[in-house]
Design a protein. Sequence first.
Length: 651
Amino acid sequence: MPHKKIVCLLYFVLYMGSCFAAEPLQNYGWQLFSADRKGVMKNLELAKQHGVTEIRLSHGIIINIDTINNNADRAELINEICNFCDENNMQTYVWAKELNIGEAKMTQDLDPKGGGKKMWDERKEAYDKAFKTCPKLDGIVLQFGSCPTEIWNVLPVTWYNLTTMPADRLVLAINQVQEICEKYNKKIDIRTFNHSPLEQSHMVKTLKKVNGYRAMVKEVPQDWQLYYPFNNIIGDSGKNDCTVEFDLSAEYWGKNKIPFIMTDYLSWRMREFSKRGISGVVIRIERSGNVLDSINKLNVYSMTRLVNDADTDPDIIMDDWLLKEYNIQPGTPENKKLKYIYRLSFDICRKMFYVLNQWVLEKSSSIPSSVRSKCLIGKNTPQWDIQYRQDWLKLCFPNETTLNRIWQEKTEAVELAEKALKKLNGLEQALPEKEYKNLKKGFEDLLYYTKVWRSVTDAVFRTKTFKFIKSEKSRAILEGDLEELEKLKNESSSRLNMARPERIEAFCEDLKQHFKHKNKTARPNVNILSNIECSAIGEGKAVVTWKSMQAGASAVEWGTKRPIYNHIINEKTHKRIKHTVTLEGLDSGSRYVFRVVTGKNVSGDYVFVYKTGKHQLLENTINSLTVISVNLPIKGEKITFDIINKYTIIP
C-alpha cells in the first residue's frame, strides 16, 4: 500500500542518516592508578574489550619517572604492562612530573648553560636510566602543575630566571626532556593541568611555541567540577594534537560508591569537543575503587561509544546498554524506568554536592570536618566564567534569601532521591538479584547522604550569616541542623565513609563552637517548590509544571546557558499552589536551562535539549513525552505516524 511505502521511506532516511556517523577518535586511553597486579591485569583485559589504544599509568603506580629507578617491583610491573600492551596493540605512557628536584626548591637556577646545567643533566640521566629499565615504554606524560617544584614559580634569584618568562621556562623543560626522549624514540604528551587562569595562560603560550606534541587537557580548566566551563585550551593547542582527560572515577562525586550516571553529561561535553577537533580521550577509571566494578560502569560504556561517534544519542547508548547487560528491550516499561532512574542519579548528586552552581564543600566526596568552607576562594567558578560572580558573591555574604535558596536546592536532592527509590519498585524481576540489590542500596545511601548534606550545607552558610546577625531564628535553625545530624549519625553505621559517624561528630563539634545552645530547634521556613517537570507540547513549545507549599506570584526563568536566565514567563494567576507555565520559541537541538519561582523562593536549575522529529523515545529527570499524530492525505485516505518531541537532560 502507498502509505506503507512512505513509512518505509521515512525509516530508510533515518537509517541512512545514522550511517554518516562521525569518525572515531584517533586515541582512546584508560588511566590506571592502583599498583595491585591482579587489578591491573583485569583492567587491561577489559581495556582490550573496549577498544582502548593507550594505557596511562599514574598515581599509585608512578608519579615521577624516578619511580622506575628507585622501585624495582614497580619497574617490573610497568614492564609487564608494557608487554601486555605490545601484544594487544596498545601503547603505554607513564606520568613524569617536573621539576622533580626536591620539595619546593624555588631558588633553582634554570640556566642550562650555567647554574642549571647540573640539574638538567641529572634529570636527563633519570630518564636515560628509566628508559633502559623499561625499554618498551611508548612515552611519557610530562606535567608541571602539582609538582615537587613548579617551574613557573621558581624565584628570579638569577639573571636567567629573572629574564625568562614562565612559558619559555616550560618550553625549556620540554626541550630538555625531549633530547633524551628522542634518543630512545619515546613520545611526549604535555599535560596542561594548572591551578589558576594565570597558570593556564602560561600553558597556552607554551603550546604555541612547541610543535608536534600532544596536549593532554582536562575537560574543565581546573579540578573535576561539573559547572566549570569548557576548558579553553581544547581547540587552542597550537600545532599540537589535543587529548581530553575525563574523570569517570568520580573523585569529587562519591568515588563510585553511589549512583552517578554521566551519559548525558559526557555526550554534551563530547559533542562540543568533537567540534573543536580533539584527537582523543583519556579516562580515569580508578579512585578508591574501580568504576568498572561499580553501579556506574555504564559511564565507561558511554564513553567508549562516544569515542567512536560523539554524536551518538545518549538514549540509544542507554538502550543498547540495557539490552546488552540485562536483555531489557528498548521501549519497555522496565527500560524507561531504569533510564529515568539513571538520569535522576546525576541530578541528585549535582544538587547535593554543589551549592548554587558552586563547589564549596572541600572535595565533596565526604562532608567537611569544619563549617569553615575551603573552596569558595581558590576553586571558585567566576575565575573561569565571570557570569557566575553574582551567585558566588551571594555565597560569600549570604542573607536569608540565599539561605532559603540553598535549602530549596538541597530539598530537591532529597525529593529526587525519594522519587528514584519509589521508581525502583517493580524492577526486581528485570535485573539480576545482585545488580538490583546494589542499585537499591546505592539509592538508599544516596537518600541518606542528601539529608546529611542538606543540614551540613545549611549550617556552613547559616554560620556565615549568624556571625553578623546573631538572630534567635538562625540559632534555632542551627540547633535543628545539629539535631538532624545527630539523628543521621546514629543511622550511619552501615553507610559508606562519605558521612561516617566520626566525620559527622567532628563537624557537629566544630559547629557547636559558633553559637550558644538553648535546646530550641526549628527548620527553615521555606516555601518549598516541588514536583518540577517539563513536557513537550510541540511547535517549539514546552510546558513547565510544579507545586509550591504556598500560593504566590510565579514564573519560569530560562535561557540557553547557565547561569544566565534572560527570559521570564510569568504565570497569569497568583492564587495557585499548582503552577503551569508554557515556554515558546524553542529551537530543535538547542540546549536550555530553566528554574521556577514562586514568591521569594527560587528552585535549583534544570537543563534540557529540545528535539523534534526523532523516531527514538527519550525520557529524563524532568520530562514526560507527548506523541503528536500527523495525518497525511494519500489518495483520499489518511495515515498516522508518530513524531516525538523529546528532551535530553544535560547538566
